[in-house]
Every structure is written in C-alpha cells, then in structure tokens.
Write a protein that binds this ligand. Structure first.
Ligand SMILES: Cc1ncc(COP(=O)(O)O)c(C=O)c1O
Length: 410
C-alpha cells in the first residue's frame, strides 16, 4: 500500500471563460441534465430517452435518417466508428484535407488498410467541388470523407456542391461536423450526406464525451453487409453479413444500430449521463431554432472579428469561408503567444486557443460557441486581450475593439 496516498481536496475547478476552439462552457441546463439520477439501460424510461435522442438529433442534423444515434466517446469515436464500419481493407477513400482533422481521417483510414487519395489545400483555404469531381473521376472511390469546420484552420468546407457531385457519381459522402454543427448550416439530407458524426463540446454547448452520428439508409445497408453478432447473444434468427466483419468491436456500427434498434441487442452500456447531456443540447438547439442559433454564432463571430481588426490585428485565412464560431488571428510579432494566453488565463480566467502544425506560434484561435456565443463573452474577451497586449507593449490601436464589436449588438 502507498502510505503517502492523499485524498487531495474536494473537486473545485476554477471558473473559466472558455473562448478557445472547444471545449467551451456548457449551457447551465446541460449541467442540470448531467446531474440527474442514473437508471438502468433497459429501463423503459431510459429506452424512451434513447428514442427521444434519436428523434431530437434527426432535427439537429436536418435528416429523416432512421439511423441517428450516439456513439459513446468523444467526437473522435464517432469519426472512427464511421470510417472503420464503412471501409474494408483495400477500399478506396478520397479525403480533401483542409487542416489537422483531415489528416486524422487519413490516419484512421490508413489503419483500416484503405487505399487513400488526398486533395491537399493550403491551410486557410477550402476545397472546390471541381477538384473533388476531377479526383472522383480519376480515383473512383467508395467513400469521400471530409471535415466541415476544421478548427485547426478555422475554415468551413462548403458541402452542398460536393454532396451533389458524390451523389451523381455514386460515392458515399461522410463528414466530420464536430466543430461546425449548430454554429453553421448543416443540411444532411438536402446535401446528400450519407454519414455525419459530431461532438457536443463546440456549438452544441455540452461537454465532450458523446458523438451524435447519422447514417443514410444506403450507408446503413453498406455497414450491415458486414454484420456480425457476438457469441453469447446470438440467436437463431440473426444472420451474418456477407462482407468482412468490422475490425473494431466497440466501434462496430452494425452492432450499435442493433443496440439502438427495436431488438436492443446488447452491446455496450449506454453512457447515461452523457445521453442526458446530449438530449439537453439538442433540446436547447431546437427550442431556440436552428436559424436563430446559427445567426447568434455569426453575430458573435463577426463582432469578435471586427473587434480584433479594429485593434489592428490581422485575421487568418480566407474570411469568406471562415467558420462562424472560431477565428484565427495572427499573434503580433512583438509578443510571445503563450505568454499572452497565460496572462489571459491567470488574470482574467479566460482561455483562448493555441494552434497546430504550420500555424503553431503564429496564430491564436478564439471561439464563440454555444453558451459563449454571447455579447458579454465577446466584449470581455476583447477588453481582456487588449489590456494584456498593451501591458506587453504590442503595437495595437487601443480603445477601438470593444466599440467595434458593440456595433454588432445594437
Ligand atoms: C473538427 C474536429 N474533429 C474532431 C475533433 C475531435 O474531437 P474529440 O477531441 O472530442 O475527440 C475536434 C476537436 O477539436 C475537431 O475540432
């Protein structure tokens, strides 16, 4: 036994204003939902909640897809579940890479043994439907996988035209909408998306740990051709699929669909508290109304951008394809980015984001998402950043930022 063991103090994390690229502060109602009583996974109340979650997320995704459910795990679990369930070794996948999370799709597809072709665009830009069509004609993929809002670059990949191209060429179309959902338009059925996965910790205003996923009937059929029912729960009426079984057990979407389906075939134990949170996130989004929520994100994003520009800071990337909910801003040459971030956290309790890869040390990423897509969060962040930059003698225009942002909230 470790005689030096201590119980530490009662958990009491500091109050922070989370203005990075996610996670963000959750809506108070989501915290309430998280603290509700646990019930058994086959309690009719619980299975009723599961059905409600499916219905609510059909609304969030703007889809009629029967197969709409949660994968238990962070947003990456939804991505991995979709890719590992669709792609068999040797399958061809086309991946437009607009940032770090495009590389993640490649990494997962590579581990599956898929044949990958990428369309690489400079960070700060997005991919065109023409580039996609040319690559599809040449490569003939089974799947096109992309990221909608890539937080690493703050760009929002337009999907409608790519969806039309994929549909016309009979290519399955998947997108990771973790960072964009609920802050930017996402029309799953209208844009011919066959699979979409998301997370709660950005514009949906919840904690990380649950990944809403939706699959078209066609995509569900492709996955179910790989169905394998585990020994111990398999009954005479269960039929094995004709294609090779999915390599992952936990992320086997054929089994997860059976767990969420009428048979409720046992797979994992549904993460009850996270389901409560996901349910409340969707209720909040639908109650406020998708157009209103997205407009609120745009207003906050535009106000922040105007404030930073008025301060004399330069914004990163093509502003016409920027996500509404997170923006990149160049760190002034005179200051060290991490020192400023540290001062913001320690003096004001405000967190903003660093950046990855080619942008590391060059830009900060500031998010205005979910509960934090509000005037007071934008103004407080601008005022705090300005005062720290002045302390470190950055060459900025003082006294302009907050006023410029307030113009968006008349
Ligand atoms: C676009 C995108 N995809 C996936 C993820 C991964 O999410 P998680 O950390 O919840 O697995 C993130 C997280 O920042 C993201 O921004």
């Amino acid at each position: 036994m470790d005689t030096t063991q201590t119980l530490f103090e009662t958990l009491n994390p500091p109050q922070r204003l989370l203005m990075g690229p996610g996670p963000i502060n959750a809506y108070p109602r989501v915290h309430q939902a998280l603290s509700q009583s646990l019930i058994g996974q086959y309690d009719p109340v619980m299975t009723g909640y599961m059905n409600q979650v499916q219905s609510l997320y059909r609304g969030v995704f703007e889809t009629n897809n029967q197969q709409t459910f949660l994968v238990d795990g962070t947003a990456r679990s939804g991505i991995e579940a979709v890719l590992v369930s669709i792609l068999q070794p040797g399958d061809k996948v086309l991946i437009p890479v607009i940032g770090r999370f495009g590389h993640l799709l490649c990494e997962i597809a590579q581990r599956v043994g898929a044949e990958i072709k990428t369309i690489d665009v400079e960070w700060g830009q997005v991919c065109t439907a023409e580039q996609v069509e040319t690559a599809i004609k040449q490569f003939q993929p089974k799947l096109l996988a992309t990221v909608q809002g890539d937080t690493s670059t703050t760009m929002n990949q337009p999907l409608a035209d790519i969806g039309e191209v994929c549909h016309r060429h009979g290519v399955l179309f998947y997108c990771d909408a973790t960072a964009s959902i609920a802050g930017n338009e996402l029309k799953v059925d209208e844009w011919h998306l066959d699979a979409v996965s998301a997370g709660l910790q950005k514009c949906l205003g919840g904690p990380s740990g649950s990944s809403p996923v939706t699959l078209s009937d066609l995509c569900a059929e492709v996955i179910n051709r790989r169905k394998h029912v585990e020994a111990g729960i398999k009954a005479a009426h269960h039929q094995e699929g004709v294609d090779c079984p999915i390599q992952s057990n936990y992320f086997d979407l054929a089994m997860i669909m059976d767990y969420w389906g009428p048979e409720r075939l046992n797979h994992h134990t549904e993460a009850t508290s996270m389901l409560y949170a996901a349910r409340e996130c969707a209720r909040l989004f639908l109650e406020e109304g998708s157009n209103t929520v997205i407009a609120r994100h745009k207003q906050a994003g535009d106000a922040l951008a105007a404030g930073l520009a008025a301060m004399g800071l330069r914004l990163f990337g093509d502003q016409s394809t920027k996500m509404n909910n997170v923006l990149g801003v160049y760190i002034p040459d005179e200051v060290d980015g991490d020192t400023i971030r540290g001062e913001l956290l320690n003096r004001f309790g405000i967190e903003i984001g660093t950046s990855f890869g080619p942008l590391h040390g060059k830009i900060w990423r500031i998010g205005t998402m979910g509960y934090n897509a509000r005037q007071e969060c934008v103004l407080t962040t601008l005022a705090a950043l300005e005062s720290i930059l002045l302390k470190y003698r950055a060459k900025i225009a003082p006294g302009q930022a907050v006023a410029a942002a307030m113009e968006f909230y008349r």
